[in-house]
Design a protein around this ligand. Structure first.
Ligand SMILES: [Zn+2]
Length: 70
């Protein structure tokens, strides 16, 4: 019986889906633009937080990056 690792980690490490340049603001339906700059190597990491700012209501949205394919 082996019990050396389980899969309960909240975040696996690795490459995340690249965030969109803009998203739809949940509050006002306007455009929220990506504030965060891409990493120098172009590889976004799972669990990284990127910020968006809505150009209409000025709300800020923080998005946690998900693994590729989700
Ligand atoms: Zn908005």
């Amino acid at each position: 019986m082996s019990n050396n690792s389980d899969d309960s980690d909240e975040f696996t490490s690795g490459r995340a889906e690249a965030p969109s340049e803009s998203i739809v603001c949940v509050d006002c339906g306007g455009r929220a633009h990506l504030l965060s700059h891409p990493p120098e190597d172009g590889v976004w990491q799972i669990g990284e937080v990127v910020a968006y700012r809505c150009s209409d209501c000025r709300d800020r949205w923080d998005i946690v990056l998900a693994p590729e394919g989700e």
